[in-house]
Design a protein around this ligand. Structure first.
Ligand SMILES: [Zn+2]
Ligand SMILES: [Zn+2]
Length: 76
């Protein structure tokens, strides 16, 4: 996806400090950029307060209850 800027690292650490290659996705509820781990699509990094210009819902769960380097099924 061309929306990934050069400042974004292609890899991130999860909550256990393990590194993962990232796959960009669009949040199904607001359209913002979310990253999933290539080797475990359940682990995601949501944008929290980094809203995309085209965000459809600034109160979306990916902003208000962001999952950062955890399984998306673990959302509080
Ligand atoms: Zn969202
Ligand atoms: Zn959004």
């Amino acid at each position: 996806m061309s929306r990934i800027g050069p400042d974004l690292p292609p890899r991130r650490r999860d909550e256990f400090s393990d590194w993962h290659d990232l796959v960009p996705e669009a949040c199904p509820d607001c359209g913002c950029l979310v990253f999933a781990a290539k080797d475990d699509p359940d682990i995601v990094w949501e944008p929290e307060r980094a809203w995309d210009e085209g965000c459809r819902n600034r109160e979306c769960h990916c902003h208000t209850a962001a999952v950062i380097g955890r399984g998306r099924s673990e959302r509080a």
